[in-house]
Design a protein around this ligand. Sequence first.
Ligand code: SAM
Ligand code: DTB
Ligand code: SF4
Length: 318
Amino acid sequence: MIEQRIRHDWTVDEAMALFEQPLNDLLFAAQSIHREYHAPNAVQISTLLSIKTGGCPEDCKYCPQSIHYDTGLDTHNLLPVEDVVKAAERAHAAGATRFCMGAAWRSPTNSQTRRVCELVRAVKDLEMETCVTLGMLTEDQAQALAEAGLDYYNHNLDTSPDYYGEVITTRTYQDRLDTLAHVRDAGMKVCCGGIVGMGESRRDRAGLLVQLAGLPEHPESVPINNLVQAEGTPMHGSEALPPLETVRCIAVARILMPRSVIRLSAGRTDLSEEAQALCFLAGAGSIFCGDRLLTTPNPSFESDMAMFGQLGIAPQAP
Ligand code: SAM
Ligand code: DTB
Ligand code: SF4
């Protein structure tokens, strides 16, 4: 029975044993599961827009948008609806099926939430899926976003509970779990993943994936971000993760959460096309397309389409 594979009780030792298999065995297992649940040669495309940039009070050591670090970022307040709609129209024309809007807030106020609800309604009118990431939400704010028609809320666990204190001190792991519960209770889809390459151990990477798989429901979308090293942040200059470790991480995520769409998220500018091809073989089913993530560069749309052409991958139809 396939459904026996949907487990929420994975242990870190089990995930570590998967990580430590010979790469061929791990990829074979991951790709076999991928084909049972997902189209093998289709990849969903999302596009990001930073709707409020910089000036964030949180101290996430990887983030160029934190006020704690001098990163020379151009900051701006919440964008007007017309600018957001124009960006969404461009993304739609380029083939993106989901438009993701990110704001550098610890948590939005109710009036900021109402303004984001307006943005959600405007983007939904273009027949695109919507996702936003605004920081911590109350139950009522989650409900308001759901009522505006928001499809996905992105809120990452970022790393394992053990490594978390090395990365952020201004909000707790439990704060994150509480926001995820509010999003679920409001009936929205959950986009939740983390970052690798922050100096954590393989056991921490396994610990993050076990936490994600241990949520009451697996997130529909699981972004695996490679740290984008931003100058001025404490994590700038960290040792880069070997690309095959990212591949392993995607494969283990695929095995632990068979129904979820695993996104090969930030950090693709540092991955060769060959490494990305292995990530797709490992079960990645989504990427961000467009020249920019939130504040940092991403491969061009044209180069991504050329890569898809070489691999025989089709952007997933809406
Ligand atoms: N401020 C909100 C929050 O953190 O909840 C939403 C925006 S925040 C930029 C969204 C996510 O982007 C973070 O949780 C983190 O996982 C990811 N992120 C931020 N900076 C990154 C970096 N330099 N490299 C990789 N991922 C990053
Ligand atoms: C996610 O997991 N990755 C995206 C999205 N959710 C919001 C953000 C990546 C940000 C990379 C750094 C930057 O561009 O500022
Ligand atoms: Fe703020 Fe989000 Fe960056 Fe953390 S990741 S500093 S909460 S914008």
